[in-house]
Design a protein around this ligand. Structure first.
Ligand SMILES: C[S@@+](CC[C@H](N)C(=O)[O-])C[C@H]1O[C@@H](n2cnc3c(N)ncnc32)[C@H](O)[C@@H]1O
Length: 239
């Protein structure tokens, strides 16, 4: 098994409006198509939200959400099954534009940006709980006490969590080296390789998850050619 190595990604060091960053975020949409991310998220989220009562909106938080375009595709695919969703898109950069917010509104979702470093969010005293928290291509940026703190904060604020991360294996590594073939620019080409090296495998997230009182049911599995998923749920915190 490849050793997990976390390094800073180029995109994270760029200003939101830097042309290389703008290009890389557009590349990411193509990467998601190649990875089949939307279908993976749809199946994970549908399973977790199945028991949510229909008489109140689902409070959904995405951490490390980027420009919100990935979740918008999910929202559109879920229409009209899920029509009442209050979505918060947390990212340390302000990347959510009005057009995207309007597109969410067109399918009945409210979308708001929360611009904060996830580590500050994790350290803050708990304010509000979420019906469902999702992370996509995000947890792999972290390791050690930082990753522990993020997972602990999630477990404190929700009873359902789904993560879809790069799978750290030789197939994904080979794929990441070939990403130029789908037109990805220099930043994405380098970050794709870094992401796989920092990705997850086996039961690595399960081993880090704060199982607390033992009520959590967790599942960790490979999805598609290049993804690694983790889901956790427990009986609802709310009455
Ligand atoms: C690889 S992108 C993934 C975006 C989106 N989830 C997707 O899959 O398309 C990672 C995102 O995490 C954000 N990010 C990185 N470090 C962060 C931090 N410490 N706190 C909050 N957001 C962070 C970046 O700004 C970026 O938008």
């Amino acid at each position: 098994m490849m050793q997990r190595v976390v390094t800073a990604e180029l995109l994270d060091g760029l200003d939101a409006n830097d042309p290389d960053a703008v290009r890389s975020r557009l590349d990411l949409r193509r990467v998601h198509r190649a990875m089949g991310t939307r279908a993976i998220l749809l199946s994970g989220l549908k399973a977790l939200a199945a028991k949510h009562p229909k008489d109140r909106p689902l409070r959904l938080l995405e951490i490390g959400a980027g420009d919100g375009s990935l979740m918008l595709g999910v929202a559109q695919a879920l229409t009209p099954t899920w029509s009442r969703v209050d979505l918060t898109l947390l990212d340390r950069q302000h990347l959510l534009d009005k057009t995207t917010v309007d597109r969410y509104a067109a399918v009945g979702w409210t979308a708001v940006a929360q611009v904060v470093d996830v580590l500050d969010w994790a350290a803050a005293s708990v304010s509000g709980t979420w019906d469902l928290v999702v992370a996509n291509l995000f947890l792999h940026h972290f390791q050690g006490v930082q990753l522990d703190a993020i997972l602990a904060a999630i477990a404190l604020r929700t009873s359902r969590f789904f993560a879809c991360e790069p799978r750290r294996d030789w197939l994904a590594l080979a794929g990441s080296h070939l990403i130029g073939a789908i037109g990805a620019g220099a930043v994405t080409r380098e970050d794709a390789v870094s992401s796989v090296c920092a990705g997850f495998n086996g039961n690595e997230i399960t081993a880090l998850w704060p199982h607390g009182d033992g009520q959590w049911q967790v599942q960790e599995y490979s999805a598609g050619l290049f993804s690694h998923c983790f889901r956790a749920e427990r009986p609802d915190l709310r009455p």
